[in-house]
Design a protein around this ligand. Structure first.
Ligand SMILES: [Fe+2]
Ligand SMILES: [Fe+2]
Length: 153
């Protein structure tokens, strides 16, 4: 079931976020940044791969809209766009060869903002959006969504 896959993705993302929190706490200076760079790069890569998760969810959102659910879906799409933007910003900051204090602060601020946003987004999807999907979508609808989502691989 596609929603189970989404929930699996969420779990992995939450693990990644908790790793990132640990990493950020270890970074005070440029030296710390250099030491932790591989971890930061790994997280940036994970955030980049979230785009695929978003694309698949949006297939289900389209279906929900067809069924007359619009408000909550609209909010989720907007959040996807904002997270994509913030994830790119984060990736760019991680690429910095020798960040100063100001840039390190910006990196931390962006990462924290993004982490909070992802956590609250996941909560909304699991508490509101997925249950709505379970209620509104027929077996036929799910099949169609799964085929379309697979095509996005
Ligand atoms: Fe989402
Ligand atoms: Fe999601």
């Amino acid at each position: 079931m596609i929603v189970n896959n989404f929930e699996e993705d969420h779990k992995k993302t939450l693990v990644e976020i908790s790793n990132l929190e640990t990493t950020l706490n270890q970074i005070q200076t440029n030296d710390d940044f250099q030491k932790n760079k591989p971890n930061l790069e790994k997280t940036a890569k994970h955030f980049d791969e979230l785009l695929n998760h978003f694309k698949k969810e949006e297939v289900v959102f389209d279906k929900l809209e067809e069924k007359g659910v619009s408000g909550p879906v609209e909010v989720m799409r907007e959040e996807h766009d904002e997270m994509k933007e913030k994830a790119q910003e984060f990736a760019t900051l991680v690429k910095n060869k020798k960040p100063g204090d100001e840039e390190l602060n910006k990196l931390k601020y962006t990462a924290k903002y993004l982490m909070e946003m992802i956590k609250s987004h996941i909560e909304k999807e699991e508490m509101i959006i997925y249950p709505l999907c379970m209620e509104k979508l027929s077996e036929e609808d799910w099949k169609e969504c799964e085929e379309k989502a697979e095509a996005k691989e």
